[in-house]
Write a protein that binds this ligand. Structure first.
Ligand SMILES: C[S@@+](CC[C@H](N)C(=O)[O-])C[C@H]1O[C@@H](n2cnc3c(N)ncnc32)[C@H](O)[C@@H]1O
Length: 137
């Protein structure tokens, strides 16, 4: 994103090792800050302060954990809280069923299928799903 001109990109994960490794790998790019935070609360991010939230695999991970339904609702509520009006939450997921989790009153959702190349020749190419969720109010 930074290479495409986006500024003030904050990168969070709830795993300290991930934060440390990503910071070591990408910190020199500039324009990025790294920190440990829970996507279900986003305590390090102020209300109505960001234009876009990008979730790549985190909602999927939360849905694999304990209290997954509650966790997914919390993650979506946290994204809604930190976004400016008309801000966008981009969810990249393995599942084509995520739209059902997104409360319709708060978001306008467009779903896009994205071809995901095979990781090696032995495995077929697959599809990932991107949900572009615009904050309505
Ligand atoms: C499938 S990986 C995706 C990692 C990265 N976004 C990517 O695309 O390569 C899921 C990540 O979500 C993180 N994670 C799981 N639950 C989380 C939570 N409640 N808050 C923040 N990060 C979480 C995991 O530590 C893991 O790094």
């Amino acid at each position: 994103m930074v290479n495409d001109g986006y500024a003030n990109v904050r990168c969070v994960d709830n795993c300290a090792v991930v934060v440390e490794q990503m910071s070591a790998k990408y910190g020199a790019l500039g324009g990025l800050t790294f920190g440990r935070d829970d996507a279900r609360t986003l305590e390090s991010v102020a209300d109505g302060s960001v234009d876009c939230v990008v979730d790549k695999g985190t909602l999927d991970a939360v849905l694999c954990g304990e209290d997954s339904r509650e966790g997914s609702a919390q993650l979506l509520a946290a994204a809604l809280r930190v976004l400016k009006k008309k801000g966008v939450l981009l969810i990249v997921s393995h599942s084509k069923a995520r739209a059902a989790l997104i409360p319709p009153g708060a978001w306008k959702v467009a779903t896009h299928d994205v071809a995901a190349p095979a990781l090696d020749d032995a495995k077929p190419a697959t599809t990932h799903y991107v949900y572009a969720c615009t904050k309505i109010a």
